[in-house]
Design a protein around this ligand. Structure first.
Ligand code: ADP
Length: 585
């Protein structure tokens, strides 16, 4: 138990947890701790009462004491029950509040991370962190308070009764007790490793489940059920066997304690028998109180000896939680960041060099101006840097050298919100959130009225199909819009962008073809959306480049050609080749 706290890292984690979570709930904890003290006192008092009962009734036969002793005994147990209730009540309230608090904090930490964090962390791990780590924080605090306040104080009070009644006998128990604890602790050493492995296996289960749900089409059409089942079964068995290992270790601690405690109790009974019967002059009541205290001390002592197991498992989660909270943010806002001024929406890449973390450079000294209010189409072979341009405009990343400017203002010096407010993004695979169509469009601009949402939907050619649904705008879209067709999803995402009414429109055109009618409706909607906005589109279709004012042709991170469609076509360069291949990479 004490070795656990000797590890400075564990000490640090617990100290921080106490500072961050215990402190905020100190009043709830104070109420719980006060009740725990009452529980400890009444437990000791109940052992002591046996002395009075035995001596007064059996030895002195004082009939007049019956009422008083009975009343006192009743009072002790009523008080103990009440204190137990108060204690459990406050511990649960505070515990639930801590879980909720920590979950909010964990979510905020995850949300604040840059996009590369999401690339390197699986979503299943994020999900397990959210539930598991918050729970761990609660359980560690619970353990500390319950064990080190209730159990420790109860134990101390009971030992007090023991020593007071039978000093010599107490000595025997106080020697055997620590030996038992030592035995238990040896077993627990291995629990720490298993606990963190178990957490990883749990993540595996979530991951396989998630892949099955998201990739159900691929799983079914390729007949991958067998392979998925194998992975899932393996993850499930891993968790099972680790849980069994932990259970075995935990179970082994009980018999060790039980046997040693039993021996101590037997020894004490044996010696007290002699003391009372063998003319040792001892009062039987004192012996009774001693044995009662000894028996009552067994449970808290056992829990105290085992507290390390629970702390070991919990501390793994707490460590992960703080690691996440301490992760440096790659895209922090500068302390003196100001909102961007309104402007026509000209975008300029000024000598930009950029590489993704731990990758080769994508751009080196890129200079590029994207005209305000015009539509620029980005074309180029796959991997040439088109999406990276959008990423830099959205400030998903900062360039290592150079600046990305909106109307002459460096966006890395502006507040993140003001950069993102200027932008509406329509992605290649339209993402819809759980909820209604109304909700999904309204995400474009917080606080938009129903009328504004409908106007946007009309402009996006979505109003008619939405009205045709049984519940109209209140139709549920299903998980990621599964209940709608591809064309409908795209028009909803256009309506969302329309509602945003931003200066800059970023569009990653879908490569997958829609049916002719949906395509026509989509095109038409898009045309309305782009009017008067700086539009940057990653173009995969001929119709899009025809529409664009300027076409920028990229190859391996360099602008190799730029200009109007006709001019470029006549140049006979890369654009002409791409155009002949219909642009679709
Ligand atoms: P395009 O959109 O033209 O297909 P991208 O801008 O996606 O090209 O990619 C440009 C280069 O950057 C490619 O070599 C690609 O492999 C690399 N790249 C893209 N995204 C990442 C990433 N998250 N991490 C590392 N490298 C990336």
């Amino acid at each position: 138990m004490f070795r656990f706290f000797r590890s400075t890292e564990n000490q640090r984690l617990i100290a921080r947890l106490l500072r961050e979570s215990f402190h905020a709930h100190r009043f709830g904890y104070a109420a719980a701790i006060l009740s725990m003290l009452v529980v400890a006192a009444t437990t000791a008092a109940s052992a002591y009462m046996l002395r009075e009962i035995t001596n007064e009734f059996v030895v002195y036969k004082r009939i007049e004491q019956v009422n008083l002793i009975a009343a006192a005994t009743g009072a002790i147990f009523i008080l103990k029950g009440f204190a137990n209730f108060i204690q459990a009540y406050f511990m649960s309230r505070v515990g639930n509040a801590i879980i909720a608090d920590r979950q909010r904090k964990i979510y905020d930490s995850i949300l604040a991370q840059g996009i590369e964090f999401y690339h390197s962390t699986s979503s299943s791990e994020l999900i397990s962190r959210m539930t598991n780590n918050a729970q761990a924080a609660r359980s560690v605090l619970d353990q500390i308070v319950t064990s080190y306040v209730r159990d420790l104080v109860t134990l101390a009070a009971l030992v007090g009764v023991m020593v007071w009644q039978q000093p010599a006998l107490s000595l025997i128990c106080l020697v055997i007790g620590p030996i038992a604890i030592y035995g238990v602790n040896r077993i627990l050493k291995r629990v720490r490793k298993i606990a963190s492995q178990e957490f990883r296996s749990l993540g595996q289960i979530v991951q396989v489940m998630q892949e099955t749900a998201i990739g159900v089409r691929v799983v079914k059409s390729f007949g991958l059920e067998g392979a998925m089942r194998k992975r899932m079964y393996k993850a499930v068995s891993d968790v099972e066997s680790r849980a069994n290992n932990i259970a075995t270790l935990e179970a082994a601690t009980s018999p060790v304690m039980e046997t040693l405690a039993g021996l101590a109790i037997a020894g004490a009974v044996f010696v007290s028998g002699f003391l009372v019967l063998g003319g040792g002059g001892q009062m039987p009541g004192n012996i009774m109180a001693f044995i009662a205290a000894l028996l009552l001390a067994y449970e808290p002592a056992k829990r105290l000896a085992r507290v390390r197991i629970s702390l070991e498992t919990g501390i793994v989660g707490v460590r992960m939680m703080f690691q996440l909270a301490d992760r440096p943010l790659t895209l922090a806002e500068k302390p003196d960041a100001k909102p961007l001024r309104a402007g026509p929406g000209e975008i300029h890449f000024d000598n930009v060099s950029f590489a993704y973390p731990e990758s080769a450079p994508v751009f080196e000294g890129l200079d590029l101006t994207l005209a305000a209010g015009k539509m620029t189409a980005l074309v180029g072979p796959s991997g040439s840097g088109k999406s990276t341009i959008l990423n830099l405009i959205m400030r998903m990343y900062d360039p290592q050298v150079g600046r990305v400017m909106f109307d002459g203002q460096d966006i890395s010096c502006a507040t993140l919100t003001s950069v993102r407010e200027k932008i509406a993004y329509v992605s290649q695979d339209t993402f819809l959130f759980a909820g209604t169509i109304m909700h999904n469009i309204r995400l474009g601009r917080e606080g938009a009225t129903d009328e504004e949402v409908m106007a946007a939907a009309r402009a996006a050619n979505a109003h008619d199909f939405i009205s045709a649904q049984a519940k109209g705008y209140d139709t549920d879209v299903g998980e990621n819009g599964a209940l709608l067709s591809g064309g409908q999803r795209q028009r909803i995402s256009i309506a969302r962008a329309m509602l945003r009414n931003a200066e800059i429109l970023l569009l990653d055109e879908a490569t997958s073809a829609l049916d002719a009618e949906s395509e026509a409706l989509f095109r038409d909607a898009l045309q309305q959306l782009t009017v008067g906005r700086t539009t940057i589109v990653i173009a995969h279709r001929l119709s899009t480049v025809h529409q664009a004012d300027t076409i920028v042709v990229l190859e391996a991170g360099k602008v190799v050609e730029s200009g109007a469609h006709r001019t470029l076509l006549n140049q006979g360069g890369l654009y002409q080749k791409l155009y002949e291949y219909q642009l679709m990479p």
